[in-house]
Design a protein around this ligand. Sequence first.
Ligand code: SAM
Length: 249
Amino acid sequence: MKKEDIGIFGEERIPKKEKYGKVDAVFETVAERYDLMNDLMSLGIHRLWKRYAVELLDLGKDQVVLDLASGTGDISKIIGASLPKGSHLFSCDPNFRMLSIGRDKGIDSGLIGGISHICARAESLPFADFSVDRGIIGFGLRNFTDIKSSLDELHRILDIGSRLVILEFSTVESPLLSKLYNLYSRNVIPTLGSIVAKDKASYQYLVDSIKNHPDQESIKKMMEEAGFGRIEYFNILSGIVTIHVGFRL
Ligand SMILES: C[S@@+](CC[C@H](N)C(=O)[O-])C[C@H]1O[C@@H](n2cnc3c(N)ncnc32)[C@H](O)[C@@H]1O
């Protein structure tokens, strides 16, 4: 198999064309318990990370905003609650179950106008060239079948000078915190998954996918190669989570 045809699913090396189906099956299974598990695993802190990422989007009036890999809609809800006048938000995720939970949550919290839900994959986005002003991906990138072609797609649809924000688990820089974090993720997360979601394998995938995700500098380089510039990243908790911000050149 050629290098460019190999995908990584957790710890496994598989043909890229099989990765999407396997990832989709994970989210199909975890969808109902996804929000509860996020709160338990991060003690609710993921909500603050998401708020911070949305602040870095620097929303303004009359913008087209894309929440890619929107899942159950946490980030869309934050954006929707303060969507500036004339702006429109697209929540986009290929997993219909995750997307519909997000849509229902939005409706329950009064989010009705100014938002559309789209079922699509990052590697092939149904948007015209230069048609989007702000893009955000929260904890989605490491699940994509092909990060490089997804970043190329985002570069194609984003307007010149517009911003892309990527929130993702990353590489912990402090050796001590890294050891503690590894202990936590290896032991606690799969066990929680098995007790709360009755699904150890999906949460083992979560741990493995974080471990095998490219580090901060590699993501920055991939963004540069896709045509983004002025890229900065902000480590939270020494890089347990990182937010990359770049501008479409
Ligand atoms: C961990 S969830 C993140 C959901 C949400 N953004 C959040 O922060 O809570 C990852 C999402 O990525 C989506 N996903 C997986 N493969 C994808 C792809 N190729 N393109 C776009 N989204 C994808 C999944 O369906 C899932 O909803």
